[in-house]
Write a protein that binds this ligand. Structure first.
Ligand SMILES: Cc1cc2nc3c(=O)[nH]c(=O)nc-3n(C[C@H](O)[C@H](O)[C@H](O)COP(=O)(O)O)c2cc1C
Length: 207
């Protein structure tokens, strides 16, 4: 499909969607419909993937599933920090209830594959961005969330995680509580992050 010709409108739409995406924290019901969820997951599995290993898995958490996910997050927190107060553990558990739907992102590098593990985790990380961008395209709000306590026996057991797997966090998805700001992002100085390599030096990026 490379070399595919896109219309001017399609090109403008894509850059508009990319440049106007923002993380949306305040989310409400309803969560994505089954069709929307399918589009989000299809986008996730379209990420570049060296060796086509599919080194990722997703667990959709919604409805009562959030109770179990929240309890497992709190369990992971208590396991790694037994000193945490019940109030803090309740806050951790509540992370599962701030959106109607959560999509847990699990990096699942293939043991023994000849693609380095870091590349596989990098591919798995791309899935989070694909979901965010696609949610924005569909008019849904989304934000990638993590917990400082993202590993623990309860969580591993609940998500059926193997020893090689790692929870990369989850994407909260729902309806934005407030209308989205359609402003494009403020310009950032590309010289701060990009350079150009010529025959003799690395030079600051210039348009
Ligand atoms: C790996 C990863 C983990 C993140 N974890 C959190 C989090 O725990 N809590 C949070 O509020 N935002 C989290 N974010 C979202 C960032 O805070 C958000 O992308 C950032 O504020 C920039 O906002 P923008 O997406 O609108 O550009 C995470 C983003 C990534 C990529």
């Amino acid at each position: 499909m490379s070399g595919l010709r896109h219309t001017k409108e399609q090109k403008e739409l894509v850059s508009h969607v990319i440049l106007t995406r923002r993380s949306v924290s305040a989310l409400t019901e309803p969560g994505p419909t089954p069709d929307e969820l399918t589009i989000l997951l299809r986008a996730a599995v379209s990420v570049p993937d060296h060796g086509q290993l599919r080194p990722y898995r997703f667990v959709v958490v919604r409805g009562n599933g959030r109770e179990r996910f929240g309890a497992a997050l709190a369990g992971a927190a208590a396991e790694s920090r037994p000193d945490l107060s019940p109030g803090v553990l309740a806050k951790v558990k509540n992370k599962a209830f701030v959106a109607p739907t959560l999509i847990a992102l699990i990096a699942s590098p293939r043991p023994g594959a000849n693609i380095p593990e870091w590349e596989q985790v990098a591919a798995a990380s791309c899935t989070g961005y694909a979901i965010l961008l696609t949610a924005h395209t569909l008019g849904l709000g989304a934000i990638w969330k993590t917990s400082p306590y993202h590993d623990g026996a309860d969580l591993r057991s609940l998500l059926a995680m193997g020893p090689n797997e790692r929870l990369l966090g989850w994407v909260n998805v729902g309806q934005p509580v407030r209308p989205l700001d359609s402003e494009e992002r403020p310009d950032i100085d590309l010289k701060a992050v990009a350079a150009v390599l010529d025959e003799s030096a690395i030079l600051p990026f210039e348009v």
